[in-house]
Design a binder for this molecule. Sequence first.
Ligand code: ADP
Length: 252
Amino acid sequence: MSILQTTELKKYYGTKPNITKALDGVNLSVEQGEFVAIVGTSGSGKSTLLYTISGMDHINSGTVEFDHKEISRYNETEMAKLRLHEMGFIFQQMHFLNNLNIYDNVILPGYMAKKRKHKEINAYAEELLQKFQITSIAGHSIQEVSGGELQRACIARAMINQPQILFADEPTGALNSSSAREVMDMFSKVHEQGTTILMVTHDVKVASYAQRICYINDGKIESNLDIGVLKHTDELKEREKKVYNWLMEKGW
Ligand code: ADP
């Protein structure tokens, strides 16, 4: 069953005659529980796709349906509520609050959503910190933790309201290779437990964790490669090769 669907999604920047077609008719369908990576070179429209799907940027035409509702018709308030309750975000500008420690940053969206009692949210936050192996830094300030720890805290925060879908924009972009691996292992855990993930990246290694790869070029999804769910990290090298060769064929 599809949880997210875009139909002929278009997003242009600028005014005539200097128009950039950032998205030029994107048709994308994501199944419930699927882990999809959108891969493309810089400027191909990846970030714009995430921003428009999640209503953080307006579209020019087309539709976005989430959970069978046409959310591209939603107003700002409706969209903000949907984002807080049903969507988790792991974006490059992470918007952590500097004056709060890691733990408080993680629970904050939980308190804001007012869906559960504070006690329940606190308990769930502790579970998430444990799952992402950052319990020891819960009381640290943002400045006191490594990039990898901060990114794992970002995943914990994104999961606090048990979203239906997680959006990630180059989740390992600023990390060294071992931190990147740790962060991607956390994505696998989140996916294993049933959360749908839509991630954009230009990194073949990162994309190989996903179940399906969509190749985006000039604002259009040109092709899909289904590589199945990652069962063991031993498979990563082989998957990487497969994805790389496929992208080469597509003119990457
Ligand atoms: P990617 O994430 O794949 O690098 P983007 O979605 O950021 O690509 O950008 C797609 C195209 O839209 C690029 O040509 C980029 O220059 C253009 N673009 C993105 N954001 C803006 C903006 N705010 N104003 C003008 N052009 C933009």
